[in-house]
Design a protein around this ligand. Structure first.
Ligand SMILES: [Zn+2]
Length: 78
């Protein structure tokens, strides 16, 4: 079962969650504050310049990296 990374929209807590691929597009619940959390697209994250890139991706251009769910980041433009 793949492990996905999430970041909480409230407290910015980052955590990992193991779940079936069929549920990979669903949001997760923060284990600290139970706030709604967004998945970090790990493949693209690894290619971004650093920590500061995370929020930009989540708020704006994240949808352009949807292909990363297959583990293939070739179309994300980086
Ligand atoms: Zn939280």
């Amino acid at each position: 079962m793949p492990i996905y990374e999430y970041v909480c929209g409230k407290c910015k807590n980052k955590f990992e969650l193991m779940r079936p691929f069929s549920r990979s597009q669903e949001g997760a619940e923060c284990p600290k504050c139970y706030g709604a959390s967004d998945r970090i697209l790990s493949a693209c994250y690894a290619k971004s310049s650093g920590e500061n890139g995370i929020h930009d991706r989540l708020s704006g251009t994240g949808s352009s990296c949807s292909s990363c769910s297959s583990g293939n980041c070739s179309s994300c433009g980086h």
